[in-house]
Design a binder for this molecule. Structure first.
Ligand SMILES: [Zn+2]
Length: 319
């Protein structure tokens, strides 16, 4: 069973880039428009299309006996990877090998609204998280046109084990003063065996982060829950030295966590600049053998980045 799950995982990872390419080719052909709306629900369309194209590829190739099923009646945009030609029960997960949670972010939006707030206990080790960064991109016209037409295109994406990202997210949540409901210590006073809130995140003020958290921990009369937990960009922010060191340790130990961080940082360079202190950027300049590094932080960061991709490895080794 474990070997079968690992094989399914590999099939999805191996074909995710090809699925993205088909998606981009399809949207460039079909979804062409003047304008291009943000907050249009296009992100959800992209998330779904990727699953359909991945399925198409899995069916075309021999050696794959799996397919992606689109979860129904579920609050997340999710796929279940199931055995082809077998019974499937999403309630018991019978016939399932793993699940894939798909999120999307608009590259030009100020702040991503996407959240990865699935609890650790809801994930199994082979479950995947996929995040697409997309935007409206100008498409070439077949005939000369004086108007610009755009199409939604996935510019970059992350795919990796969801649990590894959840580990980083949860550790930094605690560093912000947040906590998770423990058995026998639920704010609602549930008895240990009847508490459905174990593992639910509470913020530093003890308020619930998710609607499914303890009722007595709602934020206020008018606000039901905080909804900051798992914000794809926000969850990486560190405000203390201790938080920074926790961040670095997990990034060094978990390849997937580092890949997720790298995905966010290469697309949002300001987040990367702020993640590391000026002293750390100086240390990196030294590691990279740069002479006379600038004193001013943003100039220093520019110089470090100018060495090319290898500066990322140096960043990861900073502790
Ligand atoms: Zn409870």
């Amino acid at each position: 069973m474990q070997a079968e799950k690992a094989k399914a995982l590999k099939s999805i990872l191996d074909n995710s880039a090809a699925a993205r390419q088909r998606l981009n080719e399809f949207t460039a052909r079909m979804f062409r428009t003047r304008g291009g709306r943000i907050g249009s629900g296009m992100g959800a369309v992209i998330e779904a299309l990727w699953g359909f194209f991945l399925n198409q590829i899995l069916v075309e190739q021999s050696g794959h006996d799996i397919e992606l099923a689109w979860m129904y009646g579920h609050e997340y945009n999710d796929f279940a990877c199931i055995r082809r030609g077998a019974e499937w029960d999403p309630n018991t997960r019978r016939g399932e090998l793993l699940r894939v949670e798909v999120k999307s972010m608009v590259a030009s939006a100020d702040e991503s609204k996407a959240h990865f707030d699935r609890l650790k206990k809801e994930l199994i080790s082979t479950d995947l998280l996929v995040v697409f960064l997309w935007d409206w991109i100008q498409v070439p016209e077949s005939t000369a046109s004086r108007f610009v037409r755009v199409s939604p295109q996935v510019k970059d994406y992350f795919i990796g084990k969801a649990l590894d990202v959840a580990e980083l997210r949860d550790a930094l949540h605690k560093e912000r003063g947040g906590s998770f409901v423990q058995a026998g210590q639920c704010p609602d006073g549930c008895s240990s065996d009847a508490c459905a809130h174990v593992g639910e995140p509470l913020n530093a003020s003890g308020k619930r982060e998710r609607l499914s958290g303890p009722k007595s921990a709602r934020v206020s009369q008018s606000v039901s829950y905080a909804a900051n937990f798992g914000g794809l960009v926000r969850m990486l922010k560190c405000s203390s030295t201790k938080a920074r060191s926790v961040f670095r340790k997990i990034c060094q130990q978990k390849e997937t966590a580092w890949e997720f961080v790298s995905f966010i940082h290469r697309n949002l360079p300001d987040e990367e600049e702020n993640q590391y202190s000026k002293e750390e950027w100086s240390k990196m300049a030294l590691v990279l053998g740069l002479h006379d590094p600038p004193r001013e932080k943003s100039e220093l960061v520019q110089r470090v980045r100018a060495v090319g991709a290898r500066y990322r490895a140096a960043l990861r080794s900073v502790s």
